[in-house]
Design a protein around this ligand. Structure first.
Ligand SMILES: Nc1nc2c(ncn2[C@@H]2O[C@H](COP(=O)(O)OP(=O)(O)OP(=O)(O)O)[C@@H](O)[C@H]2O)c(=O)[nH]1
Ligand SMILES: C[C@H](OP(=O)(O)O)C(=O)O
Length: 226
C-alpha cells in the first residue's frame, strides 16, 4: 500500500482560536490548542506513515516535536493555504497522498482515519465536512489539488476535485464534523469527548455544560454546575 503522510497546519500559539476569546483567556486558548494537538497527533500517529506539522511559531514546532510529529517551519509570510501547499510539496518527495487534518478536531478516532484511507483506495480525494461548511479532513494527491481552506471550503475542495477530474468521496461523521470554534463547540467536546486530553483540559478550566432547549443547544458557563 502506498505511503500517506498526515499534515496538520497550526497557527501561532498567540493567534490560537481567536473566536473563543469571549470564553477563554489567551493562555487557556494556547493550552486548548496544545490539548487538541495531543489528541489529533496521537490518533494520526497510530495510522499514517508520518505526521507533519507546519507552523510559523517555533514554540509550536518545539511542542509538536516533543509529542512525535515532524515540524516544518513556514517559509516567508504565508497564509493557511500557502503553508499547506509548502508542507504538501515537502511530503511529495516521499509519498503520493496526504491527509490534511486541522488541529481543532479532537474527537478524531483511529477508526475515522482508517476508514478515510480505505475510501482513498477507491477515490482520488476523500473529504470530511465540518459544521458550517468547512473541511475537517482532506485526503488528496500531493499534486493537482490546490488547498482552498477558508469560507465554505468543503464545497471549494469538491470544485477543485471536479475541475481536475479527480473522483471524490465524502466521509460523513458527526465526531469528525466537530471542529472547535465557539463556546457551544466546547460544550460538544465536553459531552462527547470522553477520554480526550481536550475534555480533561476543559473540565480543569472550570467550564460546565448543560443541555439548553433555547436559541443554542448547549449552555456553557464557568463555576458552579447549573
Ligand atoms: N500553519 C498555519 N496554520 C494555520 C494558519 N491559520 C490557521 N491555521 C490552522 O488551520 C486550522 C484551521 O484554522 P481555524 O479553524 O481558522 O483556527 P484558528 O485560526 O486558530 O481559529 P480562529 O482564530 O478562531 O479563526 C487550525 O489547525 C489552525 O491552527 C496559518 O496561517 N498557518
Ligand atoms: C479553515 C476553515 O475552518 P473554519 O474557519 O471553517 O473553522 C476550513 O474548514 O476551511
Amino acid at each position: 500500500m502506498s505511503k500517506t503522510f498526515a499534515v496538520i497546519p497550526v497557527s501561532r500559539f498567540t493567534d490560537a482560536k481567536t473566536r473563543l476569546s469571549p470564553t477563554l483567556t489567551a493562555l487557556e486558548r494556547e493550552n486548548l490548542l496544545k490539548s487538541m494537538l495531543k489528541d489529533v497527533i496521537n490518533v494520526l500517529d497510530n495510522v499514517v506513515n508520518k505526521v507533519v506539522v507546519i507552523s510559523s511559531d517555533k514554540d509550536v514546532l518545539t511542542f509538536v516535536k516533543e509529542i512525535g510529529a515532524l515540524p516544518i517551519e513556514e517559509e516567508g509570510t504565508t497564509d493557511l493555504n500557502g503553508a499547506l501547499m509548502q508542507a504538501i510539496k515537502w511530503c511529495s518527495q516521499s509519498c503520493d497522498k496526504v491527509l490534511v487534518v486541522p488541529s481543532d478536531v479532537p474527537l478524531i478516532r483511529k477508526s475515522h482515519v482508517e476508514e478515510i484511507l480505505k475510501m482513498g483506495e477507491n477515490f482520488g480525494m476523500v473529504i470530511a465536512p465540518a459544521k458550517g461548511g468547512g473541511t475537517n479532513a482532506l485526503l488528496c494527491p500531493t499534486s493537482k489539488i490546490e488547498m482552498k481552506f477558508g469560507e465554505c471550503s468543503f464545497f471549494e475542495h469538491i470544485k477543485e476535485a471536479e475541475s481536475n477530474n479527480i473522483s471524490y468521496g465524502i466521509y460523513d461523521s458527526f465526531y469528525m464534523s466537530l471542529d472547535v470554534n465557539t463556546a457551544e463547540d466546547l460544550g460538544e467536546i465536553m459531552i462527547h469527548g470522553s477520554g480526550t486530553e481536550t475534555k480533561s483540559f476543559l473540565k480543569r478550566s472550570g467550564l460546565n455544560v448543560r443541555s439548553n432547549h433555547g436559541s443554542e443547544r448547549l449552555h456553557v458557563n464557568r463555576g458552579k454546575k447549573t
